[in-house]
Design a protein around this ligand. Structure first.
Ligand code: FAQ
Length: 188
């Protein structure tokens, strides 16, 4: 099988962390440009890595795969509506990932213990074989952690952490943030 299965019908496309984010930004020519969907409380992205992401011999560089896993699970923060940053990331490279072959990345929250969020990601080939997987520990932070750097991308991420989950409403006390067209609908 050379094609990925169709995405679930209820998949909702999420906006990137920022336009220049290495993992998902559309305006980073070096980046992976993941398009990440929310499916229930999990996230999913279909990706074919480009020649610019190769290490040796047409195989995708391990650091790029690590970045993709890290960025993917960082979309779970929108599901959780909780700013956090990666504290550690452990990747298992189970089989080579050839440049240009489609892979489906999935990410989920494994557990939350105090400020510590444990996330898991997998990358599967079209035949369903898991070629790489990752466990990440994120640590929750307040919005000031991002705001202190003052970049436009940081502002994007901050505003998007404030967007409501599709199945909840924004309370009157939520901080205001710009709307994020085409992604997670704001509650009433
Ligand atoms: C903020 C913090 C992570 C933690 O510092 P502090 O606030 O001083 O906190 P402290 O060190 O005291 O621990 C707090 C809690 O955490 C727990 N714990 C800690 N370590 C571990 C562990 N290894 N394992 C398990 N647990 C651990 C610890 O027990 C404690 O738990 P407790 O409260 O008792 O329940 C700091 O080290 C930092 O800024 N690192 C740089 C992060 C960075 O730049 N990352 C890369 C960029 S982000 C990215 O790429 C993704 C992205 C993309 C797009 C959008 C969004 C995200």
């Amino acid at each position: 099988m050379t094609e990925l299965p169709p995405r679930p019908a209820d998949a909702v496309l999420l906006d990137p962390h920022g336009d220049r984010c290495f993992g998902c930004g559309p305006d980073n020519p070096a980046g992976v440009a993941l398009q990440v969907y929310r499916v229930g409380d999990e996230v999913l992205a279909d990706v074919s890595f480009a020649p610019k992401h190769a290490g040796a011999h047409g195989v995708v560089h391990g650091g790029v795969l690590a970045s993709a896993c890290d960025d993917l699970v960082a979309f779970l923060l929108y599901v959780l509506r909780q700013p956090a940053v990666t504290r550690s990331l452990q990747v298992e490279y189970l089989a080579p990932v050839p440049v240009g072959e489609p892979h489906r990345l999935t990410g989920r929250l494994v557990s939350q213990d105090g400020r510590r969020l444990t996330m898991a990601a997998e990358g599967r080939a079209a035949d369903g074989a898991v070629r790489f997987s990752a466990h990440a520990v994120f640590v929750t932070v307040d919005l000031a952690h991002f705001e202190r750097f003052g970049s436009a991308d940081g502002a994007d991420a901050v505003s998007r952490f404030r967007v409501a989950r599709p199945d909840t409403t924004v309370s009157d006390t939520s901080p205001p943030g710009p709307s994020v067209p085409g992604t997670i609908a704001r509650g009433a």
